[in-house]
Design a protein around this ligand. Structure first.
Ligand code: FAD
Length: 424
């Protein structure tokens, strides 16, 4: 078994990074080369702006190269709970932003010719218990009527042609998609560089100074100045960006990938070939890879770390979870096991905007594979003085009391959700 992201292992390595020292003055400096930062850099460079990306590790090293590969057009919340918390208008605007995000990626992939297996697969939200199906059906009724007619409620009998496991029904979101995340992030970086963005890897920003509109960013390989700065560091935000660190809770999420499955195994488990998410609080998400592996993820343990030891322990829990859902695959070989950090906010709504001289977009709470590209482009447009289309504008973002960046409360949260899963 390889302890490396399947997406990293099966994608070309980005080779368009800048060589030499980090220096010069730019219209915009982007911190972080995941989807958010690279999409913003491409948009800025396409418009003729002089832009530099500073990445602590490598292009796509963070969550963008480690995720489940689902491009779902839904929020972390059900539509009904988003509506209760945000009001109908904002909940609809946010839902539509997720819809638009999938369209944005489809258009970008076509425009740049990125070979990343983008496919409108549709997503199944699977009811793990009969009472979960009742909640899914209530949400479906409101969502279908008010926002997304491209949804369908499937009974347990309807699911027989979709999935080889006895779920109690599901909601199908037809607009949802999937793609190869490693190929996309490498393609996005290549496109940004082709349009003129200067991308420095191994260039962690260790200090930021600001005088008026001019920012100075220091890295171990040199220093640049810029008129605009976008912080696109997600769950990997370093302590020197303390405003964000006090608001982002970095939570481990873990994934295993099986060996490629045979036709018979796919027919017995995932004949619908969609992205799938279960309804448990500590649930699972899974899909097939382009080379027919089952990519099976979940929170597994409420851990704030992802390293080989932590990933391996979570991998064992995931393997048991996989066998629970698909007993047919209980003994299948696992070829990959990896993990990454998810950028959660306390209320699980993302945040994007401008604070204290810098732009930011983060807190996607596990639903950022699509929204990050979209928000990166929207913030780039705002920097360019174009129409401000930020769907999150004005959403307050208080810090979390007693939290400075180390999520000491995660084990308690894990126990709470485990208990909820037993009784609900
Ligand atoms: C295991 C897992 C599964 C997921 N599954 C899904 C899914 O199926 N669908 C979905 O929608 N979302 C999913 N997500 C979430 C999604 O991947 C993220 O929301 C999205 O990739 C965030 O992109 P980003 O560019 O904002 O951040 P990232 O991709 O995390 O990039 C941030 C980058 O900033 C760099 N950085 C940090 N600090 C500094 C610094 N000081 N200087 C320079 N660089 C710095 C980091 O090295 C990193 O590369 C998942 C996440 C994980 C971890």
């Amino acid at each position: 078994m390889k302890f490396v992201s399947y997406w990293h292992d099966t994608a070309p390595v980005f080779s368009g990074g800048a060589q030499g020292p980090v220096e010069g003055h730019y219209d915009a400096a982007i911190i972080g080369a995941g989807f958010t930062g690279l999409a913003a850099a491409r948009q800025l460079a396409k418009a003729g702006a002089k832009v530099a990306v500073l990445e602590a590790e490598r292009v796509g090293w963070g969550a963008s190269g480690r995720n489940g590969g689902h491009l779902n057009n839904g929020l972390a919340h059900s539509y009904l709970s988003a509506k209760a918390e945000l009001g109908k208008e904002r909940a609809i605007a946010l839902y539509r932003a997720l819809d638009d995000s999938v369209d944005t990626i489809e258009a970008l992939v076509a425009e740049e010719g990125i070979d990343c297996n983008f496919r409108r697969a549709g997503k199944l939200k699977l009811a793990s218990k009969p009472q979960h199906f009742e909640a899914i059906a209530r949400n479906f009724e409101a969502l279908h009527a008010e926002v997304d007619p491209d949804t369908e409620l499937l009974s347990a009998a309807d699911l027989k042609s979709e999935i080889g496991s006895p779920f109690h029904g599901a909601m199908l979101s037809k607009k949802s998609a999937m793609m190869h995340m490693g190929r996309y992030v490498a393609g996005l970086a290549t496109a940004a560089a082709r349009h003129g963005a200067v991308i420095h890897e191994n260039a962690a920003v260790t200090d930021r100074k600001q005088a008026g509109n001019r920012h100075e960013l220091t890295t171990p390989r040199g220093r640049i100045s810029a008129d605009n700065v976008l912080v696109a560091t997600g769950a990997y935000t370093t302590p020197n960006f303390s405003y964000f660190r006090r608001r982002i809770i970095s939570v481990g999420s873990f994934i295993i990938a099986t060996r490629p499955l045979s036709d018979a195994e796919i027919a017995a488990t995932m004949p619908g070939n969609r992205t799938c998410v279960t309804s448990m609080n500590i649930g699972n998400y899974f899909r097939l890879s382009p080379d027919r592996r089952l990519i099976f993820g979940g929170r597994a343990r409420f851990s704030a770390t992802s390293d080989q030891r932590s990933d391996a322990r979570s991998g064992q829990i995931l393997q048991a979870g996989l066998a629970g859902i698909f007993p047919q695959l209980a003994k299948v070989e696992i070829d990959y096991c990896w993990g990454g950090l998810v950028d959660m906010t306390k209320d699980r709504f993302p945040r994007a905007g401008y604070h204290d001289g810098v732009w930011y977009a983060m807190g996607y709470s596990g639903h950022g594979a699509q929204l990050s590209t979209h928000l990166g482009m929207i913030l780039a447009d705002a920097m360019l003085g174009r129409e401000d289309r930020n769907p999150l504008k004005g959403l307050e973002w208080p810090s979390i009391p007693g939290y400075s960046g180390k999520p000491w409360f995660l084990p308690m949260v894990g126990l709470y959700y485990k208990a909820l899963d037993r009784i609900q």
